[in-house]
Design a protein around this ligand. Sequence first.
Ligand code: SF4
Ligand code: SF4
Ligand code: SF4
Length: 188
Amino acid sequence: MMRRRGLIAAASAFVLGIFGLRRATRAAAVFPPSSSVDFESRCIRCLRCAEACPVEAIRVGPVLSLPGSELPVIEAQTRACILCMKCTEVCPTGALSPLSTELVDIREHVKMGLAVLDRKTCLTHTRQALCRLCFEVCPLSGEAIILSGFGQGPAIMASACVGCGRCAEACPSRANAITILPYKGGRA
Ligand code: SF4
Ligand code: SF4
Ligand code: SF4
């Protein structure tokens, strides 16, 4: 089991490096799904995406990597994206590209951020409760989150996680056992 945990941690560190993700000191925001690499310049701040979002996940906020600029962002930690793709259908500039809700498309084209699990504050890993909420709500359950080890605690598979935030939003741990890190490229 220790060897498996070590492999998972090593894999997460590897993917953090590959994707250029950075550890956040606070809950950070991510761009909406299917955002283009030049989202900052393509977005005209019309906020049609925010109006189309059925769960009010999109708000206008500052972008840490672009001081002084404000863009539509999702604070996935507290208001997760349900991957309905309605925002991608209404964008007039191509800042967001239309995308279907098929998992095959989501797997290939969505990478808003990455969920990072803190085992020290997870109720299951610390044996305070037998919690499976993150696993149950993840749209890529079994791929992005697996249950492993003797206690069947959750583990994040970084290469499959799209950063929707469903797991973090659902986590009942007071200390926020799951943090959503933004994908590099202008994410807030
Ligand atoms: S995919 Fe749906 S839930 Fe997610 S930000 Fe767009 S409109 Fe909102
Ligand atoms: S682990 Fe699943 S629920 Fe959590 S952010 Fe990744 S894809 Fe979304
Ligand atoms: S929802 Fe939170 S407390 Fe529950 S298993 Fe997942 S990380 Fe642990």
